[in-house]
Design a protein around this ligand. Structure first.
Ligand code: FES
Ligand code: FES
Length: 164
C-alpha cells in the first residue's frame, strides 16, 4: 500500500504517495516532482551536488529517505529566487564561481544553508571548511569562496536595512 506524505516544497503544499518507502528525496524531486535542478552526482553522500534545505538545514537529498519527511518544508534551487535572483545566486555569477555548472545548484543551496547557520561569517577559511562537503570537478573553489563571502556581507546589509 502506498505511503502518503505531506510536504511543503518551495512554498507549495504537496501530497505525495510513495509506492516504494526506499525512494530518496533526490529521486522524488527529480523523477516524480519535475524538479531536476537538484543534481545527482555520486548518489552516495560524497559530493554535495544534491544539497537542498529541509526545514532550513542543508542535507544531502541522496541520503535522505522521502518517507522520513512527512510535514517537512523543503527548498530546492528552483524555489530560491523570488522574481529576482537570490543574493547567493547573483554573487556566484559576479564572482565566476562555476565553470560547467553541474555542482552549482548544490553549492548555492549549501551556501544559503551555511549563511543561515551563521557559523562562518565572511572568514574565507571557515567558509571553505563549511563548504567542504560540496565538491567541484572544475575546481572553481576560489570563486565559490569569494561568492559566499560577498553574499554573506550583502545579506547582512539587507537585514540591517530591513531593520532600520
Ligand atoms: S549526489 Fe548526493 S552527495 Fe553526491
Ligand atoms: S562548476 Fe563544474 S563541477 Fe563545479
Amino acid at each position: 500500500m502506498p505511503l502518503s506524505i505531506n510536504l511543503t516544497i518551495n512554498g507549495g503544499a504537496r501530497n505525495v504517495a510513495l509506492d516504494d518507502p526506499r525512494v530518496t528525496l533526490l529521486d522524488l524531486l527529480r523523477e516524480r516532482l519535475a524538479l531536476p535542478g537538484t543534481k545527482k552526482g555520486c548518489d552516495r553522500g560524497q559530493c554535495g551536488a544534491c544539497t537542498v534545505l529541509v526545514n532550513g538545514r542543508r542535507v544531502n537529498s541522496c541520503l535522505t529517505l522521502a518517507a522520513t519527511l512527512d510535514g517537512a518544508e523543503i527548498t530546492t534551487i528552483e524555489g530560491l529566487s523570488n522574481g529576482e535572483l537570490h543574493p547567493v545566486q547573483s554573487a556566484f555569477i559576479e564572482n565566476d564561481a562555476f565553470q560547467c555548472g553541474y555542482c552549482t545548484p548544490g553549492q548555492i543551496m549549501s551556501a544559503v544553508g551555511l549563511i543561515m547557520e551563521g557559523s562562518a561569517g565572511d572568514d574565507p577559511e571557515r567558509i571553505r571548511e563549511g563548504m567542504s562537503g560540496n565538491l567541484c570537478r572544475c575546481a572553481a573553489y576560489h570563486g565559490i569562496t569569494l561568492a559566499v563571502q560577498e553574499a554573506t556581507r550583502r545579506m547582512a546589509e539587507n537585514r540591517r536595512e530591513d531593520a532600520a
